[in-house]
Each structure stands twice: as structure tokens, then as C-alpha cells.
Ligand binder design. Structure first.
Ligand code: CP3
Length: 345
């Protein structure tokens, strides 16, 4: 299938682009009333994730309604632990909750890491196939997975947390268990991403949302080591690594075999460029709260960010997912500002 708009793929590979591509993390499921209407007709979030026709529909909504340069498949990073035997519930206004947690060797033995991906996660691949058909080449489709460290956090803590102290406790009390679980998650994640690519994903992103809660040495040992394995295993499509809060590890991240590095808003993108060099594309990094400001301010601050870029190797995004109560009109102003911007390189 020929893509009519392949800006994001060219930007990821460091090829020539006419303008910067733009999309938003969490663009599919958080801000659009049209999304809430589709979800409201079903029993909830999980049914939507597991119903390929509907998942494809909400995946395409931001392309039609916001004009983004890429779609990201509607799913969640937590489908992976669930496929291993750790079922989760998505509790309204609270977030994910696991009845069982993995904090001992005995608990680890109750999981299954040797399953057929298509068998347990086939609904994601089906959603990708339907989305690709319906997109009809308008924009590329991004596949994704959680990074092993972030998945480990949810599997051991059992829910969201500000500190993930139960997860981090294991790194000190039973590092062998931690590495065993991280290895299993890594193997499954590689197979899962390859299945998404086979189904039609044009690029993939690995989300390490909780990278920032570890010190540099621990993130190298329990986080980056496994990100590296994933990046090394995927060569079919461009790979984006997003380690949120990992400012201290950015030069190590840049050594990995990836195309793009996601950058959050704590980091100045021009300083990151100096650390990373010219051989990686940077993705980000507007503070998601900028979208609460006036339209004029959104435009001004977006242009400020664009002015700080020193080359074409950029994909424009927020520094983290768009917040649920942001006005879609502000998102449109952000996107339009990027589209109007003339690259001077
Ligand atoms: O970009 C998209 O909208 C595509 C789909 C997508 C979802 N989750 C759907 C979702 C993606 C890419 C994710 C990734 C994800 N999920 C991450 C990594 C990115 C990040 O934000 O750091 C994490 C940590 C999760 C785990 C998760 N899922 C949490 C903590 C929560 C609850 C709070 C929240 O973030 O909304 C979810 C729920 C979730 N995942 C929703 C959606 C649309 C909200 C459910 C609803 O519709 O009520």
C-alpha cells in the first residue's frame, strides 16, 4: 500500500521532509467526544480494546477530526501482562487494577510466557488490519508496547502509584526474580511488536512511562538493558523509544539501535540535541499543560519549541499524553501551528 502522507516515516529515518510531522500521544482515547460516544455504547474500555471494528474506528478519529500525521492503534500496554495470565480491570477515574501481583518466585510460576501471540492478542492484530484497510494509506499507523520496566511496575505493584515502591523493593530484595520477569516480558514484547508489524504497523513505539523513578545505574540495569534488546530485535520498521523522565540516561538511550527518541518537557530539546547528536530523530516535547492556555499562547509556545529545533530530524508531539480535559480546539491550534511552520534548514 502506497502511503499518501509518509512524513513521519521520513522524519524517523532522517530523510528529507517538507514540514515537521505532528501527532499526540494518547490522541485516540482521551479528548474526543466522538471517542466517548463509541465507548459509551459498549460495556467499557476493555470491550472497546477487544472489539477490533470499534478499536479501528477510534484509532482513525484523530486523523479525520484533528488532522494528525499518524494514527496510533487503540489498545493498551496492559494487554501484554493480561496475555501472560495477569488479568486487569480498568477502574473509572482510578486506572488499572490487578487482583494478583508478581512479588515472589511462586507467583512468577503461575504465569505463562510461552503462548501463541495470535491466540491471545489476535484482536490487536485484527484491529491493525481493519485500521490499515480503512486508512487506505492516508497516514502511517503506529504500533506500540510498554517497555519491560514499565510493565514490570504494573505487574508487581498491581496498580498505578506515585513511587512504585513495591516494584522498586524487589530490585533490592530479589533482583534475580526481577531479571527473570523482565526477560520474559522482553521476549513476549518482541514477538508482540513483530506481530503488529506483520499485521501492518508502519512504525512502533516503546513506552517506558516509569523510567524516571529509577536512578541512573538502576535504570541501566533494569530498564535500558531490555529496551536495548527490543530495539536490536526490530529492524523491519522505524523504532521510537520513549523513556519518560530519563534525562540522566539520554546519551545511553542514544546508543541504542532506534530511529527516534521521545523527549518529555522537563528536558530542553536543544540541549538533548547536543547530547544525542544528529543521528537520531527527536520526538516531543511540548508541556501537555500548554494546551490549557489561550489559542494565542498555544501558537506562541509551539512556535518557540519549533524555533529551538536545530535540524529536520524532529517529530512534533507533546512531552507526554494529552490530558483528558483538554479542548480539542486547542489541539487543532497546536497541529495547525506545526503545519504552518516553515523549516529553515
Ligand atoms: O494514544 C492512544 O490514545 C492510543 C491508545 C493508548 C492507551 N493507552 C489507551 C487508554 C496508549 C498508547 C496507551 C499507553 C499506556 N497505557 C501507557 C503509556 C503511555 C503513558 O501515558 O505513559 C500507560 C502507562 C498505560 C496504562 C494505563 N492505561 C493507565 C495508567 C490508564 C489509566 C489512566 C489513563 O492514563 O487514562 C490507562 C487507561 C487507558 N488507556 C485509557 C485509554 C484511552 C482511558 C480509559 C478510558 O477510556 O476511560
Amino acid at each position: 500500500m502506497n502511503l499518501k502522507n509518509d512524513l513521519i516515516l521520513r522524519a524517523a529515518r532522517g530523510e528529507n521532509i517538507e514540514r515537521y510531522p505532528v501527532w499526540l500521544m494518547r490522541q485516540a482515547g482521551r479528548i474526543l467526544p466522538e471517542y466517548r460516544a463509541v465507548r459509551g455504547a459498549l460495556s467499557g474500555f476493555k470491550e472497546l480494546v477487544e472489539t477490533p471494528e470499534r478499536a479501528a474506528e477510534v484509532t482513525i478519529q484523530p486523523v479525520d477530526l484533528l488532522g494528525v500525521d499518524a494514527a496510533i492503534i487503540f489498545s493498551d500496554i496492559l494487554v501484554v501482562p493480561e496475555a501472560m495470565g495477569l488479568e486487569y480491570q480498568m477502574i473509572e477515574k482510578k486506572g488499572p487494577w490487578f487482583e494478583k501481583t508478581i512479588r515472589s518466585d511462586a507467583a512468577l510460576k503461575t504465569l505463562d510466557f510461552n503462548f501463541d501471540i495470535q491466540d491471545r492478542l489476535g484482536y490487536v492484530m485484527e484491529a491493525i488490519e481493519i485500521t490499515k484497510k480503512e486508512l487506505d494509506g492516508r497516514v502511517p499507523l503506529i504500533g506500540f508496547a510498554g517497555a519491560p520496566w514499565t510493565i514490570f511496575c504494573y505487574m508487581t505493584e498491581g496498580q498505578g502509584s506515585k513511587t512504585f515502591s513495591e516494584s522498586r523493593k524487589i530490585l533490592y530484595t530479589n533482583p534475580t526474580l526481577a531479571h527473570e520477569l523482565l526477560n520474559y516480558i522482553t521476549d513476549v514484547t518482541i514477538q508482540y511488536l513483530k506481530a503488529q508489524i506483520l499485521a501492518g504497523a508502519n512504525m512502533v513505539q516503546v513506552f517506558d512511562s516509569w523510567a524516571g523513578i529509577l536512578g541512573k545505574e538502576q535504570y541501566a540495569e533494569f530498564g535500558l538493558k531490555y529496551m536495548d534488546k527490543i530495539a536490536a530485535a526490530i529492524s523491519e520498521v522505524p523504532v521510537t523509544l520513549f523513556s519518560k523522565g530519563a534525562y540522566n540516561s539520554i546519551t545511553n538511550l542514544a546508543k541504542m539501535d532506534c530511529n527516534t527518541i521521545g523527549v518529555d518537557w522537563n528536558m530542553r530539546i536543544d540541549e538533548i540535541r547536543d547530547l544525542v547528536g544528529e543521528n537520531r530523530t527527536l520526538q516531543g516535547n511540548l508541556d501537555p499543560c500548554v494546551l490549557y492556555a489561550s489559542h494565542d499562547e498555544v501558537e506562541r509556545l509551539t512556535n518557540n519549541m519549533l524555533d529551538s529545533f536545530k535540524s529536520k530530524r524532529h517529530i512534533v508531539n507533546l512531552g507526554h499524553g494529552v490530558y483528558p480535559d483538554v479542548d480539542p480546539e486547542k489541539v487543532k491550534t497546536f497541529i495547525q501551528t506545526v503545519k504552518n511552520y516553515e523549516i529553515s534548514y
